[in-house]
Design a protein around this ligand. Sequence first.
Ligand SMILES: *Cc1c(COP(=O)(O)O)cnc(C)c1O
Length: 366
Amino acid sequence: MNPLLRFLNPQLDRLPVYQPGRPIEEIARLYGLAPTAIVKLASNENPLGPSPRALEALRAAVESVHLYPDGHAFALRQRLAAKLGVSTEHIVLGNGSNEVLELVGHAWLRPGVDVVVSRYCFAVYPLVTQLFGARLITVPDRNHAHDLPAMRAALTPQTRVVFIANPNNPTGTCATPDELRQFVAGVPPDVLIVLDEAYIEYLDQPADFLPEIRSGRPNLLLVRTFSKIYGLAGLRIGYGIGHPDLVAALEKVREPFNVNRAAQAAALAALDDEAHVERTRALNRAGLRQLAEGCTALGLDYVPSAANFLLVRVGDAQAVFENMLRQGVIVRPMGAYELPEWIRISVGRPEENDRCLRALAQALNR
Ligand SMILES: *Cc1c(COP(=O)(O)O)cnc(C)c1O
């Protein structure tokens, strides 16, 4: 045995490795399929791709990749601040919003600290908690959704962070603005509420917590991403919005050039293309309906979704997933989320959704 493994950070011993959606290239290689024949509906990506404006900015940025990026992402933070009605001191950028979640871990989590999450929460929250040796308190769900009063009741004197995704991944469930506001108001100021809004742009009437940020709430961090509706998942860029004190703490643990030059340029341009966002929202609305109706026709239960994916009960999810893979359709089996009977299907273009439903029907012998 490698002697160095005896000296590994003990938190790493039982730390699972995050299981991403299977990449198109890998499935093409394994099953002898053409990459263009494969439909990937596994990672909640934008089926329309990025905004053409973002692509144009990206091409231009490529010429300057010999230069370090602006470590403070001045232009992008200014643009975001203006759009959101906050100051640049309220905004911290991450290499994906995933990195913002990890910065929270660096800043507040260690052994002796508690973290509160819901059952069926986003997989990164338990991973970050465990990585920093904090204790995870998992609150039972209510019909797959977060039970916010129970989460409030589960806070301990040692609790420093509560993670909530709204809409939630992988369930697609969404709290009402009133429920959420009541929860936020009831959490003591020495507990950080991380409100993960990765899918907020898909909502028609989202709960707006920017007024809380503007009025100086000290313990709320909104986390958003360019990976989902903006279609820039491959560039890795997301951000947090919170009190300047929180942002200053996160800035201390952020590496100097965490967000690359290409990502900054593309994100800046993507923010200007509201039409692309609106097109995506409309496509998603129709696609969710198509998938839901298809599942109903197959006699399958699903969890009504506010996001860009659908959680569907199929029986042996791992077997159904593998069967669909052989047909060139990649979805996500949810065994790692304690949902071994469920798959998560990301909304695609109409023809992709149709192929997915047909592959699902075939996998189930229907
Ligand atoms: C996809 C997702 C993220 C975003 O990840 P990035 O690191 O920004 O690509 C964050 N939170 C939730 C709940 C997600 O589903």
